[in-house]
Design a protein around this ligand. Sequence first.
Ligand code: GAP
Length: 480
Amino acid sequence: MSKTDTSEKLMEKIVSLCKRRGFVFQSSEIYGGLGACYDYGPLGVELKNNIKTAWWNAMTREHENIAGIDAAIMMHPKTWEASGHVQSFSDPMIDDKTSKIRYRADHLIEGYIKQLEKKGKTEEAKRVNDEFVKAQNSDDMTKALYELIIKEQIKSPDSGAFNWTEVRQFNLMFSTKLGAVADEAGIVYLRPETAQGIFVNFHTVRESARMKIPFGIAQIGKAFRNEIVKGNFIFRMIEFEQMEMQYFVKPGTQLDAFEMWKETRMNWHIERLGIKPENLVWYQHEKLAHYADAAFDIKYKFPFGTEEIEGIHSRTDFDLRRHQEYSGKNMMYSDTETKEKYIPYVIETSSGCDRNFLMVLCDAYTEQIEDGEPHVILKLKPELAPVKAGIFPLTKKDGLPEIAEKLYHDLKRHFKVQYDDAGSIGKRYYRQDETGTPFCFTIDHDTLNDQTVTVRYRDTGNQERLNLSQVKAFLTEKLS
Ligand code: GAP
């Protein structure tokens, strides 16, 4: 999707807010940073944890037939042979011999097609696109992509040269050596997805949690991919977090479960993350993996384009069958009632935590013009907001700070709250609006007489009086 000036600007503003207010910043910045690696700051980690908790609670606590696990990042190397990652978890890459810059061959062709469209060469763009689809579906995709680049004389976007290497497949998995002896047998991988930790634990979790089919296993954790193409802030990173759930069902019932999970997951984004429904779209995979019998992605309309945040895929019995084959261990399920034995089919819901984070920020970012100046309000759902309330004494005298401090200390054991007595009350409200704090409580001179405080609502700026003793109950109710 082409970028507009406004969307580029919006992204710049969000990135700048993230750094300025401590949501996300470049990793090891003092050394110039490391490409596609980011650190979450004090407010970012709160927001990210709140997103993870919202997912964890919705998936595990609210589904008595879903159990959670936390598997190790490194797994037996055979896992990745069984899963197919060693053989085929790769991207087709091509190098510009002049500039030495490496590109993804498919992205290069996509960029070329977009350029043709931009120039109004619609017919030509359609012809190249048809050939591109054919190349992607061909038996030797690598060769077909190379031939298309050469035939169309696609030039390097950076150097303008037409001086390409062949297209080669680069595996995205990071490998490292286990133990002191550096031989082939010691190679282990940093997991590129959390899902395999679930598959290999299928029987252990089923037995220990006393689950019967249909049931699910959920996990949140880090995954690593040596992405050559990086960018769009935290959208594509080499170290990121996934929130995945595998739902094991009886063969033949998978498409009903698939529909149920499609609906459940879309609703979660709308109801629990508060995403505007018009910004979410379904994308149906036309070309299915050989083992899949249905695959949809949920995409979000980011300022830089409509991109995937979650996949919901029906993966048949592929993964368990392969682990049975490679490990020699039985992966069959025995139904004690019907006496049937089968390898369960799997519906997978796989969401990127960092992409959810970016989506939540983009969706909540709002600007209002006040006194001729743009006033940023992050309209986050209160449950997700990093800080739930700001506590302010109107002035630093007349006993107001003592009351405000007491309120702050009473609340801080239950909610993430912030005490702020610096600057005008307007500035203090503004600081909280910009980071999405839904409520502010101000202690003023009336508090001394009637024990009430002002509560101000972030999204409307409306204010009302509330008894001091009611503040905790007020927050509990608003955040539940
Ligand atoms: N187990 C299936 C699986 O891993 P995927 O589509 O490759 O499927 C699932 O990844 C989700 O993980 C994506 O929808 C995306 O949200 C997130 N994700 C994948 N690669 C990512 C990256 N490099 N940076 C950030 N998030 C990523």
